[in-house]
Write a protein that binds this ligand. Sequence first.
Ligand code: GRF
Length: 210
Amino acid sequence: MDLPLERPANLAVFASGRGSNLDTILRTFPAASELASVKMVMSDVAKAGALAKAEAHAVATYHHPFPSRKRDSHGQGRVAFERAAQARLEQHHIDLICLAGFMRLFSPEFNRTWQGRMLNIHPSLLPEFPGLHPQRQALEAGVSESGCTVHFVDAGVDTGPMILQRRVPVLPNDTEEILAARILEQEHLAYPEAIRKVLRGEVRYAEGVL
Ligand code: GRF
């Protein structure tokens, strides 16, 4: 895919949880926007708040189970999810996938198929604190600054080329929840900005920018 496109881009958002980042993306890129609009939302969790948020915006929603690695030792659940997802992605002519609180890891094949066309947001200043509970990791490490990172997805966990970061202070009385809320405010600014940068062709997978 050559960016910028000469038409509005079709976005898919994958989310497992409450969907506040999804909500921001839906509001920034509603139907018939010039740069992009969200065409579908997919979740591995049937009751995810994200699905209800997408429905409220009249966006197509799909649920397909994606068992955890512990429960899917032969990877068949993952294969089935990816097959279902790929069919929907093709049906909606999706250009860019945005992972927003999507809690599963894709196969190397799926990552390769979408290389440079799949983004993720993570609530830490990567490469620090990848994986689970990054806000807790930041507090335990005693850092004075944290934030969020939007990056391209590669084969690792939160390791792909970075697109942009936004920083927040870590304050003396912060709990995990307080820090997470401070970072989340910045996530809601960072994700739309990163999507714009990618779609305008200002940053490409091979380069990253940070
Ligand atoms: C966000 O903190 C995001 O960075 C992380 O999961 C959380 C999802 O929150 N990957 P929400 O569902 O977008 O509200």
